[in-house]
Design a protein around this ligand. Structure first.
Ligand SMILES: Nc1nc2c(ncn2[C@@H]2O[C@H](COP(=O)(O)OP(=O)(O)OP(=O)(O)O)[C@@H](O)[C@H]2O)c(=O)[nH]1
Ligand SMILES: C=C(OP(=O)(O)O)C(=O)O
Length: 199
């Protein structure tokens, strides 16, 4: 079992700005972004080994809705994604604590896959690439060590270059982040988000 007490940091841009590549894929863009985040947060909260989900956002509607899902919310004062994660990390870390970062766009996530990935990391700093092998869907800090996030274009390679261990599990629902209309079609075909904003 993964060490208890893991805090999952979930960064989320303001709903109107987030997921710009999905604009037009659903009638209500902000509703869609929020539904992706809700599903992601709910799955993370249900995973073994997760003590807390901390959403990092400055969006008031997302703050209220994700608190209702059971997440804590930290106001985002970062300059960019990695800066937001570093600030959140420094706000929560203390002796024995451990953080991981999960983007707010993995709505198909099965809690067991996240739990397996956390267990697979063991005590190492580790990451899980997205389905294409280019981006990153999970970054796990080593206990007591910095997360050192390198999210952005080509982040899988950047995380590997920075010494994080690439985790090799199949984890199809963890690896399926929703960046494009094609990704959205994949998760809808799996039965995710069907009755919500994507109709
Ligand atoms: N708090 C915070 N979250 C961010 C920031 N930039 C990106 N994110 C979130 O980080 C996650 C991964 O980012 P992307 O997959 O690139 O999502 P995005 O930037 O919303 O989408 P695109 O506009 O299509 O690139 C998403 O949950 C984003 O909302 C930021 O500056 N602050
Ligand atoms: C910011 C990232 O997200 P994506 O590549 O999915 O846009 C990343 O994977 O580092």
């Amino acid at each position: 079992m993964y060490a208890p007490g893991v805090t999952v940091l979930v960064p989320l841009k303001p709903l109107a700005e987030a997921k710009s590549r999905l604009r037009g894929a659903a009638a209500g863009h902000e509703d869609l972004v929020l539904d992706l985040a809700r599903a992601t947060v709910s799955a993370a909260l249900a995973a073994d080994g997760v003590a807390r989900v901390l959403v990092v956002t400055r969006d008031p509607r997302a703050t209220a809705a994700l608190r209702d899902c059971g997440a804590d919310v930290l106001p985002d004062e970062g300059r960019d994604l990695n800066d937001a994660l570093r600030r959140a990390e420094s706000a929560v870390t203390g002796r024995g604590s451990r953080v991981v970062a999960l983007p707010a766009d993995v709505p198909a996530l099965r809690p067991a896959e996240l739990a397996e990935a956390l267990a697979g990391a063991g005590r190492r700093r580790a990451f899980v690439p997205d389905a294409a092998g280019v981006g990153t869907v999970l970054l796990v800090a080593a206990p007591g060590e910095p997360l050192d996030p390198r999210f952005g274009p080509g982040s899988a390679a950047a995380h590997e270059r920075s010494g994080a261990v690439r985790l090799a599990g199949a984890w199809p629902t963890l690896r399926r982040d929703v960046d494009t209309a094609d990704d959205l079609a994949v998760v809808r075909a799996w039965g995710v988000l069907r009755a919500e904003s994507t109709a």
